[in-house]
Design a protein around this ligand. Structure first.
Ligand SMILES: Nc1ncnc2c1ncn2[C@@H]1O[C@H](COP(=O)(O)OP(=O)(O)OP(=O)(O)O)[C@@H](O)[C@H]1O
Length: 615
């Protein structure tokens, strides 16, 4: 494959700092691989002196393979690694660290979970998305070091500041006790090592004469500081990135890092890769119309190498159920037209947006794979409670169901009153001298009878509003310090998912079938090579670096994208970059959809849709 002019200039860059500002699909990987080739073959640099830094092990392997391919399969000892891998290598050598000293992500999550419990802080609640909640907490803990912040002055936007600070202190103390370090510690330790020991720093500077960094826009402050030290004094630092694709703000990355590079190295060569080889002109131009609304960015003149192609399609649908049906239909249509499932992706802002879709695909027997795990809605404690009510209404007094809901809402029914072969009669006997308790039992029995003939959709509404289940959720939110809005949203979703089923039995069968499909999908796992997996379902974050013939972006609504928690200008700009990353994954066909209402509430289309349509 021959390089275009800008790619060639970048590949032929020899000494000193250089920043390659590259648009999506502009061939970053190829350009980096070619530059390494140039350094070795034209400039006679020893391969051992070249260090290539990427963000994930997957990206490092991909880059290595691309390089080998460019070199005609001659394997040279160039170092390819992630930031963490490289820092670990440096620390291992200086402090005799080994794997046992490293706190893995899983251990970090477990420790945070344990410490939150110790503080009686129900940061995770029973919200069913424990992994997401832990990930968010772990990211915020990590950010303190990534951004070189002082915990005593840190104000958390997401959590109660005093609680968060306390958790952070406990976490640091516990790590020290365990004699373990996490990834962020490695960065800080590396920086301190280099500051304290110029002799060690000099050794590494001499070892790596040429440093190349991919996805530079995702670098955080601490990583950047260390890489600058490592590249000095020659400053043979070649960074490639796209400020418009900087979407790791929660990890401390900021698009401004690319501007900072030019300030730190004012004489750096700056090269723009503006030719997009991936997408049709309609897709490139549409994505540009959206991203142009960001203020903090480098102006680029991106062009598509391909022809115009089909226009981007924007579809309005009634609600998430209708959206699921619509996407299902489109997938079938494009499969008929010859696009394999593996070349299709459905993208969304958060996994919560994918629930109705996964149910539609499961029902429609379309194979799919998901990068991010989603928790099954029907495993959520609210679903289990509501289903218990329906079981009791259908099948009479079964102890396990009764135990579950007896005090949701509070009815003051003791466990002792439900011993053995429980019935409403046996409970009344238990409370024979307490008339007010007998009234409560009568009421519950009567209400369950009321539920019997109703559809699950109507019954759930009655349980929530008529029987006081929503009041229980309010108490639960206060008692567990979790967001009532989140609980209500989940309850609404469960309610909506029951729509269309005539009987509770039908709804239960659907839920079981869906659970099976989700488990099968989990067992399949996420395969980066796409083959044999089915349609890819992933968040816009997860889609970074990937490409598909046909891309759907669903739930393009205010509240989803931009996400409702994004309020400040820079947060909205990051949301817009995420949307941009999503759009630019499409090679030939891009379909965006938004819903008119969700859980009975009207929703507006995303501002990004308006920006796209306003020509
Ligand atoms: N000079 C070229 N001629 C033809 N095709 C090219 C050229 N350079 C890159 N490509 C192709 O363009 C596509 C996109 O390249 P690549 O995946 O490296 O993009 P990228 O810049 O990393 O994109 P993104 O940042 O959006 O993930 C690839 O299929 C690649 O083979």
């Amino acid at each position: 494959m021959s390089l275009n002019r800008a790619q060639s200039t970048a590949a032929a860059h020899k000494d000193g700092p250089c920043m390659v500002l590259a648009g999506p699909g502009s061939g970053k990987t190829l350009t980096i691989a070619k530059r390494i080739e140039y350094l070795i073959t034209k400039y006679k640099v020893r391969p051992e002196e070249i260090l290539v830094i990427t963000f994930t092990k997957y990206a490092a392997n991909e880059m290595k393979e691309r390089f080998w391919q460019v070199m005609g399969n001659v394997r040279m000892p160039v170092t390819f690694g992630t930031f963490h891998g490289i820092y670990y290598g440096i620390l291992k050598w200086a402090y005799r660290l080994n794997q046992q000293n490293l706190l893995t992500d899983e251990e970090k999550d477990a420790l945070l979970r344990q410490l939150a419990g110790q503080l009686e802080w129900d940061v995770l609640g029973e919200l069913g998305d424990e992994r997401d909640a832990l990930k968010e907490l772990a990211a915020e803990v990590g950010n303190i070091k990534n951004n070189c912040l002082d915990i005593e002055e840190y104000e958390s936007r997401r959590y109660k500041t005093s609680m968060f600070r306390e958790l952070y202190r406990l976490y640091e103390r516990e790590k020290r006790k365990l004699r373990k370090i996490d990834f962020e510690d490695m960065l800080i330790m590396c920086r301190e090592l280099f500051l304290k020991r110029p002799d060690i720093l000099k050794k590494w500077q001499e070892k790596f004469q040429y440093i190349l960094v991919d996805e530079f826009q995702d670098v955080n402050q601490a990583q950047y500081d260390v890489v600058k030290m490592l590249a000095a004094p020659k400053d043979n630092l070649f960074v490639v990135g796209d400020d418009d694709q900087s979407i790791y703000g929660f990890r401390g990355a900021k698009p401004g890092i690319m501007l900072e590079f030019m300030k730190d190295y004012p004489k750096a060569e700056q090269i723009l890769l503006e030719l997009n080889y991936r997408s049709t002109a309609h897709i490139v131009n549409g994505a540009l119309r959206v991203i142009n609304h960001n203020d903090e960015r480098y102006e680029k003149n991106l062009r598509a190498q391909k022809g115009k192609g089909e226009a981007i399609h924007v579809q309005e649908v009634y609600d998430p159920l209708a959206e699921g049906e619509y996407v299902l239909e489109m997938i079938r249509e494009y499969k008929e037209k010859g696009i394999p499932y593996e070349e299709m992706a459905v993208l969304y802002r958060t996994s919560l947006d994918a629930r109705a879709l996964t149910e539609a695909l499961a029902k429609g027997q379309i194979p799919f794979i998901m990068k991010e795990r989603i928790t099954c809605l029907y495993d959520h404690f609210i679903a289990v409670d509501l289903m218990s009510y329906l079981h009791l209404a259908r099948e009479g007094c079964e102890r396990k169901h009764l135990l579950r809901i007896a005090n949701r809402p509070k009815r003051y029914l003791s466990r002792d009153s439900m011993e053995g072969r429980v019935s409403f009669e046996s409970m009344r006997n238990f409370y024979c001298d307490k008339a007010w308790m007998i009234d409560r039992i009568d009421q519950l029995e009567w209400e369950l009878k009321m539920l019997k003939g109703q559809s699950p959709y109507a019954a759930i509404q009655y349980i929530r509003k008529g029987m006081g289940y929503d009041d229980f959720l309010k108490e639960y939110a206060v008692g567990h310090q979790v967001s009532l809005d989140d609980l209500m949203e989940t309850a609404d979703e469960i309610w909506q998912s029951a729509k269309g089923y005539r009987t509770a039995k039908e709804w239960f069968e659907h839920a079981e079938n869906y659970k099976t499909v989700l488990n099968e999908q989990k067992a399949k796992g996420w395969n980066q090579t796409k083959e044999g997996g089915g349609v890819s379902l992933l968040t816009m974050h997860g889609a970074k670096g990937l490409e598909y013939e046909l891309v759907f972006v669903i739930a393009a609504n205010e509240g989803s994208t931009p996400y409702r928690k994004a309020k400040q200008k820079e947060e909205i700009e990051e949301e817009r970059r995420m949307f941009y990353v999503g759009m630019t994954r499409a090679k030939s066909r891009l379909i965006l959809s938004y819903v008119k209402e969700k859980n009975g509430k009207a929703l507006s289309p995303s501002r990004f849709i308006e920006e796209l349509l306003l020509v």
